[in-house]
Design a protein around this ligand. Structure first.
Ligand SMILES: [Zn+2]
Length: 174
């Protein structure tokens, strides 16, 4: 008694039909189905590991941030509170980078603190500059609204990434 392939609806003889679950497949469709499953499994087992992927951008941002912060520390001597906020920012970034290269388990948590500190730091600077005219130096006149929004988006996406990324989970295990 010929069966009907549940995929392509062709009639298949009993000897050439394949049973997958409660579906009947012809030889062709069965082959395709098997390949699909293999591909899916290969994708699943592919291990993402190491400081590549998005972590390349994180490294660049940290190194750039340290250089920028250090430059600001050298340039600014007038607003004491900002100077200390930048100092904390710099030290935090050095710590995050160190934990990153050590592939330390605490890296994702520190990285989340870093993205939020960066956002809050710019918020404080921005608020100080906007509402109190404080720190109206050249360093702070470059903080427009778009940077504040950009850092908020980075902080939110960064938190999701550092918490959920497979690469982060596989890499920071020490
Ligand atoms: Zn078929």
């Amino acid at each position: 008694m010929p069966d009907t392939c549940s995929k392509c609806k062709k009639k298949v003889s009993m000897w050439k039909s394949f049973y997958v679950g409660d579906k009947v497949l012809c030889e062709n469709c069965h082959k395709k189905e098997e390949e699909k499953i293999k591909k899916r499994e290969a994708l699943k087992s592919e291990i993402v590991y190491g400081l590549g992927g998005w972590l390349i951008f994180v490294q660049i941002a940290l190194i750039f941030g340290i250089i920028m912060g250090a430059q600001m520390l050298i340039d600014m001597t007038d607003v004491v509170i900002y100077w200390y906020l930048i100092l904390v920012w710099c030290v935090l970034q050095v710590i995050v980078l160190t934990f990153m290269y050590a592939k330390n388990k605490k890296f994702p948590y520190l990285a989340i603190i870093w993205v939020w500190y960066s956002f809050l730091f710019v918020s404080v600077s921005f608020a100080g500059y906007t509402f109190f005219g404080a720190g109206e130096t050249e360093s702070f006149s470059i903080f427009p609204l778009f940077l504040w929004i950009l850092l908020l988006i980075i902080a939110i996406i960064g938190t999701i990434y550092f918490k959920n990324s497979k690469r982060v989970k596989n890499t920071f295990t020490k």
